[in-house]
Unconditional design. Structure first.
Length: 155
């Protein structure tokens, strides 16, 4: 077996760190979800709703299904469950009345903040020892890795 170059070893170390981060992030989200008596898929959906709401992007049941890789029927059941628990509401599009958007409720936004804000704050604090240049490079590396995964899964 051929020995890896230092550059190749570093690339593998970055991939390993990303894998470890992903596993721990999933555990943190699972813990937050359990504390709110929610499923992981509910939390992923709340994250999608929160992010798109903040960006002013409309979300439909179909777009939730695509983002989560689930069937349209499963996405409809998921939105029904979130709606019955007061986390989501359906609203007809003002542009095309045939389209029904899914919006987070104020309660959902607050619960998402309660779960995700402490996680974000802990991560932000871990960056305190890094320079702006190092953080810029880290951001570029993580964005590149995210793009590679999006291509891999066909998004």
């Amino acid at each position: 077996m051929q020995k890896m170059s230092p550059h190749q070893e570093t690339k593998y170390a970055v991939v390993d760190a990303l894998r470890r981060f992903s596993e721990i992030a999933e555990q943190a989200i699972d813990m937050g979800a359990a504390g709110k008596h929610m499923h992981r898929t509910d939390m992923r959906t709340l994250s999608i709703l929160q992010r798109n709401f903040a960006n002013g992007t409309e979300v439909t049941t179909s777009s939730i299904a695509r983002a989560l890789g689930i069937s349209a029927a499963s996405a409809t059941s998921l939105v029904d469950r979130l709606e019955s628990r007061g986390h989501a509401q359906r609203k007809r599009s003002t542009i095309d009345r045939r389209i029904v958007n899914v919006l987070p409720t104020t309660t959902a936004l607050q619960e998402a903040r309660d779960i995700f804000l402490p996680i974000s704050q802990a991560i932000l604090e871990s960056f305190d020892g890094f320079s702006e240049q190092e953080l810029t490079i880290a951001s570029e590396v993580l964005s590149s890795a995210a793009k590679a995964l999006e291509i891999h899964i066909g998004r």
